[in-house]
Design a protein around this ligand. Structure first.
Ligand code: FRU
Length: 493
């Protein structure tokens, strides 16, 4: 077993969360309690490949720096510990806390069905009376099973204030099922969603449901249902995450859009199984999400050794009314600004084809914020993690009005997977003839937030560690750089 961790290994993210060693997948049980953000995660402590799942654990007071804690949940006689959520049981509805409050984790226990020999997935509870440091399995586990379903997992629980009870949603095959409970232990079926809605390109996983104001207007709110969809050999995109906007009455979710209107959380390839933090204090009010930064298509093949798997940066979700309808927007959490070291700045500068204003700037852990005015350019963009032999392009195609990432020459590609090398595009409309991009570059990833989070793309890249060059280019005509800020980001380890 590999035990030495330096956080300086090739491709080790410098400010994204990764486990000290071994395999990580989905973020689990994120909850804020007594000043700490908890992050649990699907973890295999014996290998850098997926296997018997545990819940790894870390805490943070700022969403930026993380303290690793011992494994929170280990497999027991009911099986492995698959994904799930955690809540603060403020009023001791469960009776686990002697009238006080504490943390309850609701997750899937996975084992072998003695009748079929196949997978059996049932929902269970564990609770912690000491701020998540130690956990007790509930004696009555499992608390919810349904033998009709093989894929029956990833419970997300939240407090349904208006009805003074708990709500749970989980996935069953390619549907979401809703339940309610007074005490977290007894669950009643409420409804099912999804048969004819959204994408069914893979098995549904890791759902989440929450209410958000539209355009910050507390008088007008909508419910957002997030559903990740697993990989399928026929989909080049692999695993990805869709969402629905609608209403929820405590029993049923109703989609506002037509069932075939597909909405994607992220237009890159590497943001999966994201769910949001529970119990973020009302004074803060943010809906915070983090995702697993890879794709089931090649998650087991990425070229790292000591550890495998990392999370996206934490992001804030908001709803915005647009001409096409209400859409989810995503922004990096403000706390990340604490890592900045100013590197380069530019204002009101014309850029012509063939010129690279960033020739002198280098870095492999960067934040770039720019507002670019389109003049007669056909395309402009940034190349990051660049050298003579490679580079990742984050560009805007002015004719098609699309934002894109092209990682086909980003470093290692084909040796990882035949679908790794790719370019993907998403529609992005300029505002007042301007495009805003906010880019995060790390040792093995790029995340792009365009036009204040209207379009987001998250991609893994595996460049040569020495590829640290940068370029800002324009093609077919000029652009004006209204503003450009480049920061080097300090490591969190
Ligand atoms: C999603 C997922 C979940 C499951 C977990 C197992 O990535 O497949 O549905 O609970 O991973 O590790």
């Amino acid at each position: 077993m590999i035990t030495t961790t330096s956080y300086k290994e090739v491709y080790r993210p410098q400010y994204h969360f990764s486990p000290p060693s071994q395999w990580l997948n989905d973020p689990n049980g994120m909850v804020f309690y007594e000043g700490e953000y908890h992050l649990f995660y699907q973890y295999h402590p014996e290998s850098n490949l997926w296997g018997p799942m545990h819940w790894g654990h870390a805490v943070s007071t700022d969403l930026v720096t993380w303290r690793h804690l011992p494994i929170a949940l280990k497999p027991d006689h009911n099986g492995f510990i698959f994904s799930g959520s955690a809540v603060v049981d403020w009023k001791d509805s469960s009776g686990f806390f002697d009238g006080g409050s504490g943390l309850v984790a609701i997750f899937t226990h996975e084992d072998t069905n003695p009748e079929t020999g196949g997978s059996r997935q049932r929902q269970s509870l564990a609770y912690s009376q000491d701020k998540g440091r130690t956990w007790t399995m509930y004696k009555g586990n499992p608390v919810l099973e349904d033998s009709r379903f093989i894929d029956f997992r990833d419970p997300k629980v939240f407090w349904d204030g208006p009805r003074q009870r708990w709500a749970m949603l989980l996935v069953a095959g390619d549907r979401v099922i809703f339940y309610s409970s007074p005490n977290l232990t007894d669950w009643t079926f409420c409804s099912e969603f999804g048969e004819l809605e959204g994408s069914h390109a893979g098995v549904w996983e890791c759902p989440d449901l929450f209410e958000l104001p539209v355009d910050d207007n507390e008088e007008h709110s909508k419910w957002v249902l997030i559903v990740s969809i697993g990989d399928h050999p026929e989909s080049p995109e692999g695993s990805r995450t869709q969402y629905f906007i609608g209403s929820f009455d405590g029993t049923q979710f109703v989609n506002d859009s037509s069932p075939d209107n597909l909405l994607w959380l992220d237009y890159g390839r590497d943001n999966y199984a994201g769910v949001t933090w529970s119990d973020v204090p009302a004074q803060d009010g943010r809906r915070l999400i983090i995702g697993w930064m890879t794709n089931w298509k090649y998650a087991k093949l990425t070229p790292t050794d000591v550890w495998r798997g990392a999370m996206t940066i934490p992001r804030v979700l908001e709803l915005q009314a647009t001409n096409e309808g209400i859409r989810l927007i995503q922004k990096p959490v403000n706390e990340l600004k604490a890592l900045r070291e100013p590197l380069y700045e530019l204002h009101n500068q014309q850029l012509q084809p063939g010129n690279n204003l960033l020739e002198e700037v280098r870095g492999d852990s960067l934040e770039i914020e720019a507002e670019i005015e389109l003049q007669d350019a056909v395309e402009f963009g940034f190349k990051v993690r660049m050298s003579e032999k490679e580079g990742t392009v984050i560009g805007f195609d002015a004719e098609k009005e699309t934002l894109f990432i092209d990682r086909s020459h980003s470093g290692l590609t084909d040796s990882i997977h035949e679908h790794f090398s790719c370019r993907h595009d998403a529609v992005l409309k300029p505002t007042n003839n301007r495009i805003k991009v906010h880019i995060y570059v790390d040792w093995s990833s790029v995340e792009v937030f365009a036009n204040n989070g209207e379009v987001v793309m998250t991609d893994l890249i595996f460049p040569d560690p020495e590829s640290k060059g940068l370029e800002l280019y324009t093609r077919g005509g000029n652009v004006k750089v209204n503003s450009l800020y480049i920061y080097s980001l300090r490591t969190i380890w």
